[in-house]
Design a protein around this ligand. Sequence first.
Ligand code: COA
Length: 325
Amino acid sequence: MSIYSRIAGTGSYLPEKVLSNHDLEKMVETSDQWIQERTGIKKRHIAEAGQTTCDLAEQAAARALKAAGKTAQEIDLIVVATTTPDKIFPSTACLLQQRLGNHGCAAFDIQAVCTGFVYAMGVADKFIKTGAARTALVVGAETLSRILDWNDRGTCILFGDGAGAVVLEAADKPGILSTHLHADGAYEELLHVPGGISRGFDMEADGADPHFMQMKGNEVFKMAVNTLGRIVDETLAANGMKKSDIDWLVPHQANIRIIKATARKLSMDMDNVVVTIGEHGNTSAASVPLALDTAVKDGRIKRGETLLLEAFGGGFTWGSVLLNY
Ligand code: COA
């Protein structure tokens, strides 16, 4: 008999500190109106000094375990998607494992920037389908505020910190119907943090600080819209499904205009699209599980419904997960 993975529980966590668009008006030349019109963002949450990605992940994971009715000891795989790990090593997944009091299960991080959670779901699903794991904790967690140039109005208004998690368990029917993961490294320079451990942190030729994110927003925007349109088609075709078979679109929360374009592609009413960007901006790998948990907890998403999760991010990377909740 085939093994599938299904979502047993979801959880999320946002740090307490809130940074509104009005707060940003005092930091860079921008306005609440510009940010809301161009992005849909009203505010974002920012981790306190000393509050790390693992701290956020721990809260989200504990909530997902509680919702799933599972103990940390039952987990046999931990995958954390993050671009902002606490340490160079050990992985944030190992740090999280220690916090949860689990000893011995496989634990590793995945780096696919904003597509990280979708990648992590793809990997965990395959572990469960092959029988290598029965209960997987999949987390997307970020303190993206730490890699932002707070003087760059083109990037600092877009991002925030947060974490989301799901517990996947083995089941005899889906659950996850398919996952689709892609990357094209040719677009490296449209969205990147130039510095790194191996390359070093020498100043850029143009004087830009290599610790911080650089983005060609307009070009990223166009690529995201086109690419997400294609992944919707690919996912439906792979499952022999029609647009109308999807109950909920749970998109990466990057920009309300990108989300609306993907919904149009699916001929989907915005009432069936989970939109949380206004409340927390783009939280990178945390954004899809944060949106998922929000709509599960407020009762919009119900058991038995069909969900399309999708994301696009630096790399470029992009992907989708189609599932019966
Ligand atoms: N406040 C006010 N004005 C701003 C601004 C801000 N925060 N940021 C940029 N501007 C200005 C620009 O300087 C430009 O001015 P100019 O016409 O005088 O040169 C003008 O607004 C238009 O800039 P542009 O970059 O063309 O705007 P846009 O409509 O493309 O919106 C983004 C900019 C960043 C909101 C948009 O491109 C975007 O969301 N891109 C995708 C980013 C993303 O999602 N990245 C993560 C992917 S996972």
